[in-house]
Design a protein around this ligand. Structure first.
Ligand SMILES: Nc1ncnc2c1ncn2[C@@H]1O[C@H](COP(=O)(O)OP(=O)(O)OP(=O)(O)O)[C@@H](O)[C@H]1O
Ligand SMILES: [Mg+2]
Length: 232
């Protein structure tokens, strides 16, 4: 399945997913294969509605598929199986997720938002507080740790969301149009920070983006269309 000498950290084979639309069943993904090498990046492009978010949800095991197999660091799961509690514990450590809309908790300050993710994985302790501060500072928002999200700009919110996604040293980060709400300049800065942080942390990255130049900056690219992945 994998090239000799390269460790595949995230893999999917034959993923399929349909949604019920009234009486009709609409097939969004028909046969998707994805493979991500450890500490590398893969971009996914495709027209709006082609199934990119659905694919990330299947890879994260947040959505049950109609067919296919997913492997997290060599742990194989059937995409059709219902979620197990073991899997959700594993997910907090294996995967980080960044969304276009940030999804920070409005009542919590920046540091607490990052530590909340550590709590879900069994923390936080002093080490995770130190790590949260170090990630926030790496993302250029170290001075904002006491602020609530509503006092931050969009770019700052996304930097916090990236720190939160990385707090549990995940093997893979899934990013769904992380710069989609940002202007070009801010988006470029956030993307640079995201790519650098993943590289420094040895975290693999699956990046869904509409931005051609961001897509090209990934180690490999695929295009999703008509329910299948094609080489980019
Ligand atoms: N829970 C759901 N129930 C029914 N249809 C759904 C559901 N989730 C997604 N879809 C449909 O599946 C298709 C793919 O949606 P998806 O959100 O994966 O697209 P996308 O490629 O992420 O689009 P965008 O670039 O606009 O974010 C769309 O036609 C959408 O309406
Ligand atoms: Mg989407």
């Amino acid at each position: 399945m994998s090239d000799p000498g390269h460790t595949i950290v995230l893999e999917a084979r034959g993923l399929a997913k349909s949604f019920q639309l009234g009486e009709a069943s609409v097939e969004v993904l028909s046969c998707v294969d994805i493979s991500l090498e450890e500490s590398s990046s893969l971009s996914i492009q495709g027209e709006s509605g082609c199934g990119k978010t659905t694919l990330l949800n299947l890879l994260a095991r947040l959505e049950i598929g109609d067919a296919g197999e997913i492997s997290w660091g060599g742990r194989k799961m059937m995409a059709t199986d219902s979620f197990s509690s073991t899997e959700s514990i594993l997910r907090t450590r294996f995967l980080g997720v960044v969304y276009q809309a940030y999804y920070l908790i409005p009542e919590l300050n920046v540091l607490e938002n990052v530590l909340m993710a550590a709590r879900l994985a069994g923390g936080p302790d002093q080490d995770s507080t130190d790590r949260a501060r170090s990630l926030l500072s790496k993302m250029g928002v170290g001075q904002k740790e006491k602020q609530v999200p509503s006092k931050l700009s969009g770019g700052e919110r996304q930097r916090v969301a990236i720190a939160r996604a990385l707090i549990n040293t995940p093997k893979v980060l899934l990013a769904d149009e992380p710069t989609g709400n940002l202007d070009e300049r801010t988006g470029g800065q956030v993307m640079d920070l995201l790519l650098n942080a993943c590289e420094e942390e040895n975290t693999g990255l699956v990046l869904v983006t509409h931005n051609e130049s961001f897509a090209r900056s990934a180690d490999s690219r695929v295009i999703l269309s008509e329910g299948k992945t094609h080489p980019g």
